[in-house]
Design a protein around this ligand. Structure first.
Ligand SMILES: Cc1cc2nc3c(=O)[nH]c(=O)nc-3n(C[C@H](O)[C@H](O)[C@H](O)COP(=O)(O)O)c2cc1C
Length: 362
């Protein structure tokens, strides 16, 4: 049997196989951030499709952290009942589901978050054309408390765990990056200080939810900026996270302003697959907790090599599961061809994620 279909533990949770649905903002919430029936259908399909661990799209922990329209919110208790519909639908099958909790930091726009976007330091973002406002130290403590409260809501709603979004230039990732974090107080400077917000968020979540509640992180491994986060620093952050009880690390990269984000277009061959896996392997060398590799993985053959060769413990996919939520089940049943995803990125649809290519097919 393929190693991809062997079980794995993420903290206290047993996952049936090594396939992860990487967090995918679905644009399916209502205008206030409440879960809709479209969410329930989406996650039920992924679970029926035998994805071992499903990670939701990012849900914002406070209103100022909203990344864009129709994003799920988790910043108030009023969201718990709606959120509970998602694990209830998923747990009819064998899949596990984690809520990704996030604050978009300076990677949002005033019209989306309803405020001046915030950042560790006031560094202009040429991608969003935003000059963010610097967070005061007590505001940083406030956001950390929001992450902990949001995780508490996720647990109450029945999620199996949470993922802290510390990638792609979002707030926790922007604290890690020397490009966006130029602070000289305890939150900036050496990597131990730049990691403080993320580590405090992890400690806060564990304090609210209990040590047994799984917490994983999506971690930037590079910003693709000369003065950005280095892979060596990311490995150091991974070690610090492990010491504080992180249960798994999904390795990503990119920042919009670098002109190189996390969702690469135009992947054509097996050699294009797994574009962040080398970084995941470096981080795997630094920690013992499970590491998730991702970035353009499209074929079972490549996924198998990644796990068999010990370059990552699990593989994460986003776009292929928009194209076909049943892909993992088809792989298990012997599908030899890879995903039909063309990596055209037209699945980013503000009316709700969909495969634009498939939608054209009669
Ligand atoms: C429509 C769409 C929405 C995404 N939303 C998120 C998100 O909410 N949080 C996140 O960490 N990554 C997000 N990503 C990035 C994916 O999780 C993944 O890291 C990236 O697409 C590379 O994997 P892939 O080649 O399998 O698509 C999104 C990607 C897509 C295509």
């Amino acid at each position: 049997m393929s190693v991809l279909f062997t079980p794995v533990r993420i903290g206290s949770v047993a996952v049936q196989n090594r396939f992860v649905r990487s967090a995918t903002n679905d644009y399916m919430a209502d205008d206030e951030g409440f879960v809709t029936g479209a969410h329930v259908d989406l996650f039920a399909r992924l679970a029926e499709g035998e994805v071992g661990l499903i990670i939701t799209g990012n849900a914002n922990v406070r209103p100022s952290g909203k990344a864009g329209p129709r994003q799920m919110g988790v910043f108030d208790d009023k969201f718990i009942d709606g959120l509970a519909r998602i694990p209830a639908a998923v747990h009819r099958f064998a899949s596990k589901i984690f809520l990704q909790i996030s604050h978009a930091g300076r990677q949002t726009k005033p019209r989306d978050c309803g405020c001046v976007p915030v950042s560790p330091s006031p560094v202009y973002d040429p991608a969003t054309k935003v000059m963010p406002r610097e967070l005061a130290a007590d505001e940083i403590r406030g956001v950390i408390a929001d992450f902990a409260a949001a995780a508490g809501r996720a647990r109450k709603a029945g999620f199996d765990g949470v993922q802290l979004h510390a990638a792609h230039g979002y707030l926790l990732s922007s604290f890690l990056s020397p490009h966006t974090n130029r602070r000289t107080d305890e939150w900036g400077g050496p990597v131990e200080n730049r990691a403080r917000a993320l580590l405090e968020a992890l400690r806060g979540v564990k304090a609210v939810c209990g040590r047994g509640f799984p917490v994983i992180v999506k971690l930037n491994s590079t910003d693709f900026l000369e003065d950005g986060l280095t892979l060596e620093d990311a490995a150091r952050v991974a070690r610090l996270l492990e010491a504080d009880g992180i249960d798994g690390i999904e390795v990503s990269g990119g920042m919009a302003e670098a002109g190189r984000g996390s969702v690469w277009p135009g992947l054509r061959s097996q050699s294009d697959e797994g574009y962040f896996v080398a970084n995941a392997t470096r981080i795997k060398g630094a920690v013992d907790v499970p590491v998730f590799g991702l970035g353009g993985i499209r074929t079972l053959a490549v996924a198998e090599r990644i796990v068999e060769e010990g370059r990552a413990d699990l593989v994460s996919l986003s776009r292929p599961l928009i194209r076909d939520p049943f892909l993992v089940k088809r792989f298990r049943q012997g599908l030899a061809a890879g995903s039909e995803c063309l990596s055209c990125n037209r699945c980013f649809d503000p009316r709700g994620i969909r495969c634009a290519v498939l939608d054209r097919t009669p």
